[in-house]
Write a protein that binds this ligand. Sequence first.
Ligand code: NAD
Length: 437
Amino acid sequence: MKLTIIGTGYVGLVTGICFAETGNTVTCLDINMEKISFLKNGICPIYEPGLENLLHRNIKEERIFFTTDLNSAVRDADVIFLALPTPPGADGAADLAHIMSVAASLSNVITDYKIIVNKSTVPVGTAEKVMKILSKKLPRELFDVVSNPEFLREGVALEDFLKPDRVVIGTHSEKVKEVMTSLYQPFVRQGNPIYFMDIRSAEMTKYAANSFLALKISFMNEVANLCEKTNANVDMVRIGIGSDERIGKRFLFPGIGYGGSCFPKDVLALHQTAKEHAYDFKLLKSVLEVNKQQKLLLFHKVYDHFNGKLKGRRLAIWGLSFKPETDDIRDAPSIDIIEKLLQAGAIIRVYDPEAMKNLSARFGNVIEYAVNQYGALEDADALLIITEWSEFRNPDFDKISALLHSKTIFDGRNIYDSDKMDELGFHYESIGRKTIT
Ligand code: NAD
């Protein structure tokens, strides 16, 4: 099939490459010329494990192309995917400006039947709005609009796309069902389901999924905070509840709040949808509040430990991306923590395997950037662990002890064993476990 992907970011690029990998001819379009020129030269503008290899293969096999020209990208396409940003607007609702402007542009260039599939995360009713815009210029028989929310996770995006737990498709058209089934069939050969449903339910499914996951994380963060006050160990509690199949083991790790380009904005957007429908979604309100508080937990621990004396204090930070295996720092806890530490006068040196470039675009030379994880430590009064990259899990503790000015670690991800840190003589603070002094 001939596919066009509009918006070549995390979702669009992964979608395009995976569909090219199964033999389709894919054109990826973006308004960002630099991104397109990188991609034409086989350079992946984002870090996502395995993606660049597949990019090279599909460029070589002439199954994937990159362009900024809408007309030529759309002309031969059978299916057009929208993978455009839907950032939060001023009121928290998803800003649909990108989707609506592309829909208007499509209505000017479409001349024969196209299936337009929305992969962006959008509020209930968006497909209807897109249809309305298209209908202003096009006869109804020239297009179908489909909702196909994307559930991939950054860091394991290829695995998620190539072997999805489920594929959700909102459409009533039998013709569309056939096309979408044949597109996704190669990815669900192990028997995972493709769920067809009405468009509104498909749109809502994505928000409900992300909001539920954010709720699960926030619940465990609150349990962890209470564990600290009651001298219980959240790691034990996590194991104790996770083995109950009704609860499940995943998403129970406490930490310093969820971040990234999806959970924060999606919880906000669903909360706003509820408001617009005069529904008081109390749980979502709490999730927003709990996460805001949790993102600053590590800062407060540092502040309390040093009795508020952070001015001129040198601090090292390991991990900046909102989670491991990605360079994405959008809404990452690292940003909130660094901002607060800077306000308090601390001197910060950071290290992250992939996200340094993005962070330096945000903070410039207000902070220092180390070339490796140990380079961040020299003469620092404490190490803060913000993202649990694998290489931080088994470090050389002797080296850490030698480099740090004082042997103090604030671990926002509970990656070390408290007893071991005790034996090694560290002052060690983590989440939902007792402080080692
Ligand atoms: P992104 O910011 O990485 O990529 C969006 C791309 O669209 C950018 O390259 C941008 O230049 C391009 N763009 C903007 N306006 C355009 C236009 N008018 N024409 C062509 N290109 C245009 O965003 P993303 O993370 O890929 O997210 C896209 C959507 O998918 C969002 O709705 C998001 O919520 C959803 N989503 C994201 C993830 C994720 O993990 N990142 C997962 C599931 C769903």
